[in-house]
Design a protein around this ligand. Structure first.
Ligand code: ZN
Ligand code: ZN
Ligand code: FE
Length: 754
């Protein structure tokens, strides 16, 4: 006989861990106790050595789905000879969840109950348990218990209370637990807010089947829903959403339904089925019965499976029809998540609203992800992922707050070896998004129980996050260079500490030399960096407007290369062209940029793919789609020059030969897809060539690929392959997006090494 004291750390509180431990111990007839403490879960357990070893093994192997064990530490201690195994009250009434779990999709047990006519929660759209249901989206404060969630308004009935209090029950301390007697209810209202009589769900579904557009309240916000096969309904939704060209995400009943629309391999299947339930970007099948207006010209479809009981019931009512489930917003505003606000902001878009009285406190967009190679490559990390920590390969010497950039903002709180990354807050230009950013930073501080001693921000003086860091936090602030933060994010999530060559390609980032960077090769680690190579800088006519109008970049690159772009003059108004030409020639309002994103824009416009965009990166994305349909077919020339920089030699990639050949190909009427393909191959060759030269000089053979341009699957896959063939070790993002959504992680890493 022996007794062991075990401490388990990680996400082990508020996820059904204690009932699980209780069950394990009871089955093996072991005695002792389990208790939530401030530093994790404490277990003391007594029995013979063999069964204790088995207990420890099962603790990790069969832990509840939402648990995430970071460490198990144990030691022997004197025997106590208890008579049973008990769940003790939390120490000092301490926090129930030091590491709050993310929202999780309805678990298998709950789904069975939902569809079982004999169960008291049959067809109840809000059932959940410790293994599933809302978490972050309903939390209003800390510690995590029912009083500090939006479920506080509902008093548990006797039956729910009994389950909640029973250590052996799946709903033991399930904070949001409820039932038809005591929990939230559905309500269906029309566009004026008037209640529609009848069964809300059945009526809503019937209206969707009849071609109406509905708004439906989900975990983190409202979705706009309609039948995805109907060309006219989808076109109407597109029209009502105004200026929104983004592809619509779809919800399908199950994996089989997803496989009818898209090609799905093992990694993608796991992503679809995971309790995080992200939107997964999948290669669409030709015969997919989806309206073309849902994702026009897009070789991918964004699919997700139902993740709330309400979704499960809805897809059943729709008898297998795939649904458009796009974010409930107009254009690029933040999504609506409060009922009154949804009625106002989605008026004119939704014909009817399926609402309920469980309030959403934290707005949380759907996460978007995909597979690249054999691993996940996140596009947006939000619902289902946040606020789960990313493990750091170093310890933060003090608590740090990192505030991100301006677009696709996430913030991060760093403590010890954990970075708690926030949900997606979007574009801080929107006052509503900025307010949520300020409020949710305070919420996370409470949730994780600490006050940051340092705030780290981007060097850009006009980012709302920078101003917040400098003016609103009252703690020491530290500014870091944008692309250095991208590089550090990639290092941190890959557990690296050594200096690497960081290929950081994105749209725009504030440089250290008064120009706008975005096509950078940095040699660096967490402490410092040196800009060792970059794309040739050209003017960005008018500044910001050049981002929305790729034709301006086409003209800038063409004039830089001293060629006349074919076709532009026919497609664009003469006076606009003349104004921009004059700006370029006089360097008037033409900030210099080395941006790779803007080079993509220029080539997309030169090739006739797109002259104006409706969302960031649209032209580049469409150029990728064009290229993806082609086999490799040569590449364009590039020139690399060596110049004397401030701290040593620097390579500059001359883009002019490339631009001249693109213009030539357009004049010779070479197919657009072929031009797009050659352009991608050119970038791959260029990156390999520059990295090769830098390795000869520096001896560094590790390359980190980061920045929003590396959302491009074709580019990341081929660059990775090519560099590996050249003998490089290549690192890319698998946990956070390569774009500015991952910036806060990198900022945190830099601040921890200040
Ligand atoms: Zn459940
Ligand atoms: Zn109840
Ligand atoms: Fe960036």
């Amino acid at each position: 006989m022996e007794r062991r004291a075990i401490t388990v750390r990680g996400i082990v509180q508020g996820v059904g861990f204690r009932p699980f431990v209780h069950g394990l111990a009871a089955r093996a007839k072991l005695t002792g106790f389990v208790q939530n403490r401030l530093d994790g879960v404490r277990i003391e357990i007594e029995g013979n050595q063999e069964s204790l070893d088995r207990f420890l093994a099962e603790l990790t192997e069969s832990a509840p789905p939402l648990a995430h064990i970071d460490a198990i530490i144990w030691e022997r201690m004197p025997l106590r000879r208890d008579d049973a195994f008990r769940i003790l009250p939390s120490e000092g009434g301490g926090p129930e969840a030091i590491f709050l779990a993310p929202d999780a999709a309805t678990c298998a047990e709950c789904l069975t109950e939902l569809l079982d006519p004999a169960n008291r929660r049959y067809r109840y759209p809000f059932l959940n348990c410790t293994r599933c249901g809302p978490r972050l989206t309903i939390v209003t404060g800390a510690p995590y218990d029912r009083a500090r969630t939006t479920m506080a308004a509902f008093v548990m009935c006797a039956a729910c209370r009994a389950e909640y209090d029973d250590p052996a029950d799946r709903r033991f301390h399930a904070q949001p637990t409820c039932c038809p007697q005591c929990g939230p209810r559905l309500r269906l209202v029309d566009a004026t807010g008037k209640t529609i009589a009848g069964d809300p769900l059945a009526t809503f579904a019937a209206q969707l089947r009849a071609g109406r557009i509905g708004a439906i309240k989900g975990l983190g916000g409202y979705h706009l829903a309609c039948v995805a096969a109907s060309n006219s309904t989808v076109a109407e939704l597109r029209r009502r959403k105004a200026r929104d060209d983004k592809p619509f995400a779809l919800m399908v009943e199950d994996l089989a339904a997803a496989e009818r629309l898209c090609e799905i391999d093992a990694v993608e299947r796991d992503l679809l089925l995971s309790p995080r339930r992200p939107v997964v970007l999948l290669r669409r099948r030709k015969n997919g019965a989806i309206a073309e207006g849902g994702a026009p010209g897009n070789p991918y479809l964004g699919l997700m499976l139902p993740y709330t009981p309400l979704h499960h019931l809805l897809v059943r009512e729709l008898e297998g029809r795939p649904l458009v489930m796009t974010s409930g917003n107009r254009s690029d505003e933040p999504i609506a998540y409060e009922d009154e606000d949804a009625l106002v902001r989605l008026a004119g878009i939704a014909d009817l609203f399926l609402m309920h009285d469980r309030r959403i406190h934290v707005r949380c967009d759907d996460s978007v992800t995909r597979r690249v190679g054999d691993a996940e490559a996140p596009v947006r990390r939000s619902r289902g992922y946040a606020p789960q920590a990313v493990a750091l390969p170093f310890a933060c010497p003090f608590p740090i707050l990192a505030v991100g950039g301006q677009l696709k903002v996430t913030f991060a709180l760093g403590r010890d070896r954990h970075a708690f990354l926030s949900h997606h807050l979007g574009d801080l230009d929107h006052l509503d998004a900025y307010r949520a950013f300020v409020r949710d930073i305070e919420l996370y501080k409470k949730l994780f129980g600490f006050e940051p001693a340092l705030v780290v921000h981007d060097l850009h003086p006009d980012y709302a996050s920078t101003r917040y860091a400098l003016e609103k936090t009252g703690i020491p602030a530290f500014g870091v260079q944008h692309h250095h933060a991208h590089l550090a994010a990639c290092l941190a999530e890959n557990g690296l500490r050594e200096p690497v060559l960081g290929v950081t390609f994105d749209g725009t980032g504030f440089g250290t030399d008064e120009t706008i960077w975005g096509g950078e090769f940095l040699l660096g680690d967490y402490r410092s960096f040196r800009r060792v190579a970059h794309l040739r800088a050209v003017g960005m006519p008018g500044g910001e407007p050049a981002i929305r109008e790729p034709w301006r970049m086409a003209l800038a690159h063409a004039r830089d290369a001293d060629v006349v772009p074919a076709g532009l003059a026919e497609r664009l108004p003469q006076d606009s062209l003349r104004v921009v030409e004059a700006m370029i020639d006089r360097s008037f309002r033409c900030p210099r940029t080395s941006s790779a994103g803007r080079l993509f824009d220029a080539v997309a416009s030169l090739a006739g793919v797109r002259d104006r965009v409706r969302f960031e990166g649209q032209a580049a994305i469409e150029l990728e789609w064009a290229a993806a349909s082609m086999a490799t077919d040569g590449s364009y020339p590039i020139a690399i020059e060596s110049v004397a920089g401030e701290d040593g030699e620097m390579l500059v990639v001359d883009t002019r030969p490339l631009v001249r050949e693109v213009v030539n190909d357009v004049q010779r009427r070479v197919a657009t897809a072929k031009i797009a393909r050659r352009f991608h191959s050119t970038l791959v060759e260029m990156i390999a060539e520059v990295c090769g030269r830098l390795r000869r000089v520096t001896g560094v053979d590790a390359v980190a690929l980061s920045g929003g341009v590396f959302l491009n699957v074709l580019l990341i896959r081929e660059t990775e392959e090519r560099l590996r063939r050249e003998g490089f070790r290549v690192y890319r993002h698998r946990q956070v997006p390569p774009n500015d959504g991952g910036l806060s992680l990198g900022q945190l890493a830099l601040a921890a090494h200040r």
